[in-house]
Ligand binder design. Structure first.
Ligand code: ATP
Length: 454
């Protein structure tokens, strides 16, 4: 009997484990529901995603600054933001199998007794939905009482609103301007799943862009296009992405417009990032609750006003997963199938691998020397001298390394190496002293038609 073909998600999950991208957390203790650890390659991938986001959102812009706010905040923050009363999912219980499910995501859940069926499709009796708050609660200090309760932040955004005045007063920013932050968030998701797509502990990249109210629409348009382009520029196939506008029923009561950047995952279209017009809701809520007026004084008009806010909010883990899925390809060659992750070089965990053709005649020493030089030029490198050269190429293809550099007999005589490019598998002879510049240029020209390169 033919073996069943594993689904793309299963293939990605197993590649991630085998090659050190993502491991199940606490694996040797049997794991802990939908919590993951990132291995040596995964942590590089995530770092690249964060760097690329920060570079485009903060470093390259004169109108956005960064922030790193605390995970634990005064609990009144979550009262004012609405999270204590509204950050809930509708939860239902099955009286028969004792499972607990999200009422609005029954299609993603499975009956505990008959896993091939969704809850409600079996004979089990379901309760009415009730609101379940997703915030993790804990206590500060040695005494556990109602006054020591704090929450792990469920989003990074509120830390930004809390620091609106601090940033305004310390940085000479004025609307329109943004404050960006990357950090961990925690949600006690009822039905986590799909690998790192939905976890209880995850990382977010959020930016609050404060604008004069009459510039709200213009900036919303700008940020929805900008965030979509970021994914395309980093190599995600455009046909797998879409911008989906929320209809009136889906909009939060304070939002004038919201859309999601969605990706077509193997399990269907899903939210990758949201871009929301949050109006002046958050600043006004915190002004009223804290007694500190979070307003901007415009020295030209001599008016105080509460800026409107455009918020692009994405998840780093979802981004990393999306880059992985989108990059994955199996490609038939003459005698074999090669697995390749077609990462954009800005995202690839290893940028260049260095091999001696054989493990003798001074080639390993020369290869180490070249690798050291590339490291000093700030490339992430990997040295490999094991197995036949073809196998070494395949191993690098499988983790998405864009270039492999091979040191051979000629290198020792003429100081020239072979550079092999991952996608075309074409090879070029490059003088060692020009190697770093060659790679810098190739990286800068990546994805652009050859005529516009250089
Ligand atoms: P979803 O509808 O999938 O639960 P959401 O609309 O609640 O997401 P937001 O509150 O808008 O999500 O958070 C912004 C981003 O944070 C999401 O677009 C997603 O990329 C990421 N994110 C949210 N929840 C999780 C989670 N449990 N695990 C991983 N990433 C998450």
């Amino acid at each position: 009997m033919a073996k069943p073909t594993p689904s793309l998600m299963d293939t990605i999950v197993s590649l991630c484990k085998r090659r050190g991208f993502v491991f199940q957390a606490s694996e040797i203790y049997g794991g802990i529901g939908n919590t993951y650890d990132y291995g040596p390659l995964g942590v590089e991938l995530k770092r690249r995603v964060k760097d690329a986001w920060w570079d485009r959102t903060v470093t390259r812009r004169s109108d956005v600054v960064g922030l790193d706010s605390a995970i634990l905040q005064n609990p009144r923050v979550w009262e004012a933001s609405g999270h204590l009363s509204n950050f809930t999912d509708p939860l239902i219980d099955c009286k028969t199998c004792k499972g607990r499910f999200r009422a609005d995501k029954l299609e993603d859940a499975h009956c505990l007794l008959k896993p091939s069926l969704h809850p409600g499709e079996c004979d089990g009796e379901l309760t009415e939905p009730r609101a379940f708050n997703l915030m993790f609660k804990t206590n500060v200090g040695a005494v556990e009482s109602s006054s020591s309760v704090v929450y792990l932040r469920p989003e990074t955004a509120q830390g930004i609103f809390l620091n609106f005045l601090n940033v305004l007063n310390s940085s000479r920013m004025k609307p329109p301007f943004g404050i960006a932050q990357i950090g961990k968030s925690f949600r006690n998701e009822i039905t986590p799943g799909n690998f790192v797509f939905r976890m209880r502990e995850f990382e977010q990249a959020e930016m609050e862009f404060f604008v004069p109210p009459d510039e709200n629409e213009r900036w919303y348009e700008f940020w929805r296009r900008e965030r979509f382009s970021w994914y395309v520029d980093l190599g995600i196939r455009e046909e797998k992405l879409r911008l989906r506008d929320h209809d009136q029923a889906e909009l939060a009561h304070y939002s004038t417009a919201t859309c999601d950047v969605e990706y077509e995952y193997p399990f269907g279209w899903g939210e990758l990032e949201g871009i929301a017009c949050r109006t002046d809701y958050d600043l006004k809520q915190h002004s009223a609750a804290s007694g500190t007026n979070l307003v901007y004084f415009d020295p030209q008009t001599k008016e105080h006003y509460t800026p409107y806010v455009i918020e692009p909010a994405g998840g780093i883990d979802r981004m990393a997963l999306t880059f992985l899925i989108d990059a994955y390809a199996e490609e038939p060659l003459e005698n074999e199938t090669r697995t390749v992750l077609r990462f954009h070089p800005e995202i690839a965990p290893i940028t260049v691998a260095v091999f001696p053709l054989v493990k003798k005649d001074g080639m390993p020493e020369k290869a180490h020397e070249i690798e050291d030089e590339l490291r000093r030029a700030r490339f992430t490198t990997f040295y490999d001298e094991k197995a036949a050269i073809g196998r070494r190429y395949r191993r690098q293809d499988e983790v998405g390394t864009p270039w492999c550099v091979t040191v051979d007999g000629d290198t020792l005589k003429e100081d020239v190496v072979t550079v092999r490019e991952r996608d075309s598998m074409q090879q070029a002879r490059v003088p060692v002293k020009e190697l770093a510049a060659y790679l810098v240029e190739a990286r800068a020209g990546w994805g652009r038609p050859a005529a516009t390169r250089g």
